[in-house]
Design a protein around this ligand. Structure first.
Ligand SMILES: [Mn+2]
Length: 381
């Protein structure tokens, strides 16, 4: 069976307050082209369909258009689960009706395993749709007070599903989880504080393929069959170097798999430019003109209206970060300091924050003069 695995669409997401809906729509166009070229026998969306529990209307519209077009143009099943960003109940809306059109959605976790039974030329393939599952939900739904960790919950869910497998059917799991050894990006919302949100790849040993969602960089964990297809788009500047792809999976008659990542172009890239501000302005990168830009500048002197200047060469520039600031903040945080300081100390601290250097005696004296003047005028007012 030929399976096209996608995940983490995050429809409705913003990048530094900029709407990405056009970029997401463009990426879904690429998906349709890939479907046309590769002719998969089913499509998977492994959670985080939307970015929020209550997505903005344009995200809901885009999802509706995508599903409708998919159902109209391709007579192959689409299998979707809720991720940690989705509202389980809202994702479930209409699922009973959609299933009749080959759109299989599993939003809420139930004791009845969500198994979709498909077949290819060689025989049966069982797909387990396991939506993102928190241990308290697993405890409640399964009535098992001993399920404490994500690993416990996932194991219990898999056991239920494997108990109803058809003899000789190859087993595919669709899940949204953090598998140990996975590489994180900045745009994933942590599943739990500390390490208890992680599950070992060995939890999936009985499945021939595990279509994962949650981590946004395409990657396999411990074997090619345990795989994250990655997110639809670059949702943080930490993903600037990612090549986003869909995962085309060939499942053979014995359950062995072969994965081919299918890279695709994005409408606007997400890019960091670094250097002195003046140099960045003087050397615009032509092909980056419409990209989303984070400028990491090494300047220490103040720059008037830096963002409008930057937007004259990069109209979609989103943020400017001073390298000196970042290092200062890291130092301050590491030192655990509290700014219970007088005006002069605050000034000295702020000066270091801006310039990564100490204020001179003359600068401190000038600052003192201005503060004195202000205090005087306040008293006089
Ligand atoms: Mn996600």
């Amino acid at each position: 069976m030929r399976i096209l695995h996608t995940a983490d669409w995050h429809l409705g997401r913003q990048l530094h307050s900029a709407s990405l809906i056009d970029d997401q729509s463009h990426a879904l166009e690429q998906l349709f082209m890939v479907i046309k070229d590769t002719r998969p026998e089913c499509l998977i969306v492994a959670g985080d369909i939307f970015d929020r529990a209550v997505p903005p209307v344009e995200a809901v519209s885009l999802f509706n258009q995508t599903l409708s077009r998919f159902a109209a143009d391709y007579s192959i099943p689409i299998l979707l689960i809720a991720g940690n960003h989705d509202s389980p109940e809202r994702i479930d809306y209409g699922s009973g009706i959609f299933a009749k059109s080959g759109v299989f959605i599993k939003g809420t976790f139930t004791a009845e395993p969500g198994v979709v039974r498909l077949a290819d030329v060689w025989g049966d393939v069982d797909f387990t749709l396991l939506p993102y599952l928190e241990p308290p939900v697993a405890r409640q739904v399964l009535g098992s007070p001993d399920l404490h960790t994500h690993h416990d919950a996932l194991r219990a869910a898999c056991t239920l599903s494997l108990a109803v497998r058809r003899p000789n059917a190859r087993q595919v799991l669709i899940a949204h989880a953090f598998v140990d050894g996975g590489k994180e990006s900045e745009s994933e919302r942590p599943l739990s504080v500390g390490g208890s949100g992680r599950v070992p790849a060995s939890a999936f040993d009985e499945f021939h393929y595990v279509a994962l969602g949650h981590l946004h960089e395409p990657q396999e964990i411990s074997r090619p069959a345990v795989r994250y297809s990655g997110s639809l788009y670059k949702y943080s500047f930490s993903e600037a170097q990612h090549q986003k792809s869909f995962s085309l999976v060939e499942l053979d008659r014995n359950g062995a798999i072969q994965v081919t990542p299918i890279p695709y172009g994005i409408k606007r890239d997400v890019r960091r430019v670094r250097g002195e501000f003046r140099e960045i302005l003087a050397n615009p990168i032509a092909e980056a003109r419409n990209d989303y830009i984070l400028a990491e500048i090494t300047d220490t002197a103040p720059i008037i209206d830096a963002m409008s200047q930057l937007r004259t060469i990069y109209p979609n520039a989103l943020d400017i970060m001073r390298i000196a600031h970042a290092e200062f903040v890291a130092q301050e945080e590491a030192a655990g300091r509290r700014l219970e300081q007088n005006e002069r100390q605050l000034f000295e601290s702020f000066f270091r924050y801006v310039t990564n250097d100490d204020a001179s005696a003359a600068q401190i004296a000038e600052f003192g003069r201005i503060v004195d003047e202000l205090n005087l005028s306040k008293r006089g007012a």
